[in-house]
Design a protein around this ligand. Structure first.
Ligand code: PRP
Ligand code: MN
Ligand code: MG
Length: 182
């Protein structure tokens, strides 16, 4: 096993748990799209691991594109005011779009993104996220595929960072409070 160091408190979701759940989600997606071509839209940078692993489990024909957004906010809280850092290269007209995210926390990023992508004339826009926190229920965003509902703890790994660290961990862990001054 990998040394978690002293910064991590515990493993919340193991590599095996993530893999098993992504397999189930991929089967659902394949069934729903029934052979239609899906345009996976990954939200940089957190969604990189989910995108890589989920897409490789899909049998549907797939294309991938990426968006980078930045949400202004005070400290670690997102404000819902979102700016596009890198836009898609793909025209969404008539496309079946599936947004791929690592986590929905406040839901503000996704709520904005959904509106933005829907205004581009796609045939459909759905969302797949590995993780969702309870706070997200305050925002009316219909999320089709959710991997795990998790408690409101500070999680890192499998794409998720704290100050750009820990994204490479193959599991999702909780950060020890001393790291973020909690
Ligand atoms: C994180 C996460 C989601 C978003 C969720 O991204 O990857 O994209 O925040 O937050 P919300 O539901 O409260 O809006 P972040 O902005 O940290 O960028 P990153 O993916 O590059 O880490
Ligand atoms: Mn992100
Ligand atoms: Mg981040």
């Amino acid at each position: 096993d990998r040394d978690m160091g002293t910064d991590l408190e515990k493993v919340l979701l193991s590599q095996e748990q993530i893999e098993t759940r992504l397999t189930e989600m991929a089967a659902e997606i394949d069934a729903d799209y029934a052979g239609r071509e899906v345009l996976l839209v990954g939200v940089l940078r957190g969604a990189v691991m989910v995108m890589a692993d989920l897409s490789r489990k899909l049998h549907s024909p797939v294309q991938m594109d990426w968006m980078a957004v930045s949400s202004y906010g005070s400290g670690t809280k997102s404000s819902g005011v979102v700016r596009i850092i890198k836009d898609l290269d793909t025209d969404l007209t008539g496309r079946d779009v599936l947004i791929v995210e690592d986590i929905i926390d406040s839901g503000l990023t996704l709520s904005w993104l959904l509106g933005n992508l829907r205004s581009r004339g796609p045939a459909s826009v759905e969302i797949a996220t590995l993780l969702r926190k309870p706070e997200a229920s305050k925002v009316a965003v219909d999320v089709r595929y959710v991997g795990f509902e998790i408690p409101p703890e500070f999680v890192v790994g499998y794409g998720l960072d704290y100050a750009e660290k820990y994204r490479h961990l193959p599991f999702v862990g909780t950060l020890a409070p001393h790291v973020y001054g909690g």
